[in-house]
Design a protein around this ligand. Structure first.
Ligand code: FES
Length: 188
């Protein structure tokens, strides 16, 4: 008997339907494309979505999980308010981005393999070449929907600290905005 798949929230019923739709007629060779489509729609790949993809494509869960964790482009946790992408292309790697990544990880108090900060303000990710290697080492910041915020070139530890402070400040402002009330004075 086929095991029923339980996704974590009702919001994800839609995701379940989406997965059913995109995996119809798909096969193992389509796995990466399916994962990309799910992440694009949902922002990340919940574990239960991986199970559903595995069942629908007729591959093992461990294979799907292996692919999702192998490629830097996939995230298994929801992204933070800001996503810091550290380029690990050859040029940036040679100019110290592995150390920069480690420095950011420590500044953000993340354990190895952990990407999302406790306050959910930042996600830290390794990325592929952004195509601006002359600025190496490069770090890019996007928001949680993947919208570009800014690209930072020639970064060093001092610059990284400043970048974090800048986005912490932005996050604070963003969080306080919904509380701002529009005060309409009665006409005299
Ligand atoms: S190697 Fe980093 S932008 Fe190309």
């Amino acid at each position: 008997m086929q095991k029923s798949i339980v996704l974590p929230s009702t919001e994800e019923t839609e995701l379940k339907q989406f997965i059913l739709k995109i995996t119809k007629g798909a096969a193992r060779k389509d796995l990466i494309q399916v994962l990309q489509a799910v992440q694009e729609r949902h922002g990340y790949l919940p574990k239960e979505s991986l199970r559903l993809i595995a069942v629908n494509l007729g591959v093992s869960f461990s294979e799907v999980y292996g692919v999702a964790t192998f490629y830097h482009q996939f995230r298994l946790q929801p992204p933070g308010m800001y996503v810091i992408q550290v380029c690990m292309g050859t040029g940036c790697h040679a100019k110290g981005n592995a150390d920069n990544f480690e420095h950011l990880r420590l500044l953000l108090d993340l354990k190895h393999g952990q990407h999302l900060t406790k306050d959910k303000v930042f996600s830290l990710e390794a990325a592929r070449c952004f195509g601006c290697c002359s600025l190496a080492p490069v770090v890019m910041v996007t928001d949680s929907t993947g919208d570009y915020q800014r690209l930072y070139g020639h970064v060093d530890q001092k610059a990284l600290k400043k970048i974090l402070a800048e986005y912490r400040e932005k996050a604070k402002k963003q969080e306080s905005e919904p509380e701002r009330k529009l005060i309409v004075y009665p006409k005299k």
